[in-house]
Design a protein around this ligand. Structure first.
Ligand code: C2E
Ligand code: CA
Ligand code: CA
Ligand code: CA
Length: 276
């Protein structure tokens, strides 16, 4: 199978399409995706719950494969983590997103996802410092989104890394909050500025039978007493939006306000919809 031409997967025997060989093919393609210009970054607005102005954007990477079309980051990010590509891809996303943010009004933030593997790489603080300097973006505008996975990795360079990042002046957000094994424990481990409440608590929270509204209420109360912002992720319906507002979340991200869009759309929104 390996000898066959790239992109000509169609004549493989069905047996060749085992998960393992498909993975291998995808991995080989991912190694070249950057040089081939197949990766791009899109931007989803994060909107203030009161007033609806745009507080910032989350940078989300996209891969348009030459023959397979769009491949979800939920599929290729884990692959990049396993095959040692995440550092390079993550750095490219950071650089691209900062270059874009440099063109927005200073009050508009840029949120970038950091894989646990990136975070636990000793060189990461230096990389972020350098990229901030090259872009000219004020460190307080950069928000690093970290999942609970950083605390599960071996070797605890994390305390020092958190301290050095805070020293740079960047903001830290705890992503996908509530999905880990020890969510409350993670809150005391690091100086987070923001909690992103996972979509699984947000979606359908307004339905009468849902227990999620009580959970969201508790998270918001907790965040407020620790002086953290809250973002509800994945808000799609007006009912959920209304509930999320009533529960006091400070920010909202979801299709109801905007899907991830290209840099041009983000730039227009950043100028038109952000208020001092
Ligand atoms: P995430 O960090 O939790 O990002 C939010 C995901 O939810 C995005 O999916 C976004 O498009 C989607 N989303 C936002 N609002 C809604 C909504 O109202 N309804 C629904 N159904 N979905 C919504 P996306 O872009 O497919 O990214 C999936 C995951 O891939 C991200 O989850 C993140 O974990 C990872 N990822 C994406 N870009 C990067 C990156 O540059 N670096 C790293 N390390 N991970 C990334
Ligand atoms: Ca995120
Ligand atoms: Ca999330
Ligand atoms: Ca997620």
């Amino acid at each position: 199978a390996k000898g066959a031409g790239r992109g000509k997967h169609c004549f493989y025997e069905p047996a060749m399409h085992s998960e393992a060989s498909d993975r291998q093919l995808l991995e080989n393609d991912l190694r070249q995706a950057l040089e081939r210009g197949e990766l791009s970054v899109c931007y989803q607005p994060i909107v203030r719950a009161v007033g609806e102005d745009v507080a910032g954007f989350e940078a989300l990477v996209r891969w348009t494969h030459a023959s397979r079309g769009a491949i979800s980051p939920a599929k290729f990010i884990p692959l990049a983590e396993e095959c040692g590509m995440i550092g390079k891809i993550g750095e490219w996303v950071l650089k691209t997103a900062l270059a874009e943010a440099a063109r927005w009004p200073d009050r508009v933030r840029i949120a970038v996802n950091l894989s646990p593997i990136q975070f636990n790489n000793p060189g990461i603080v230096g990389v972020i410092d350098r990229l901030l300097g090259e872009s000219g973006v004020r460190p307080g505008r950069l928000e690093l989104e970290i999942t609970e996975g950083v605390f599960l990795a071996e070797g605890d360079a994390t305390d020092e890394t958190f301290a050095r990042l805070k020293n740079l002046g960047v903001r830290l957000a705890l992503d996908d909050f509530g999905t880990g094994y020890s969510s409350l424990g993670y809150l005391k481990k690091a100086p987070f500025d923001k909690i992103k409440i996972d979509q699984s608590f947000v979606r359908g929270a307004a339905s009468p039978s849902s227990r999620n509204s009580a959970i969201i209420r508790a998270i918001v109360t907790l965040a407020e007493s620790l002086n953290m912002d809250t973002v509800a992720e994945g808000v799609e319906t007006h009912d959920d939006l209304q509930l999320i507002r009533d529960l006091g979340c400070s920010q909202i991200q979801g299709y109801i306000f905007g899907k991830p869009g290209d840099a041009e759309i983000a730039g227009q929104l950043a100028r038109a919809k952000s208020v001092e």
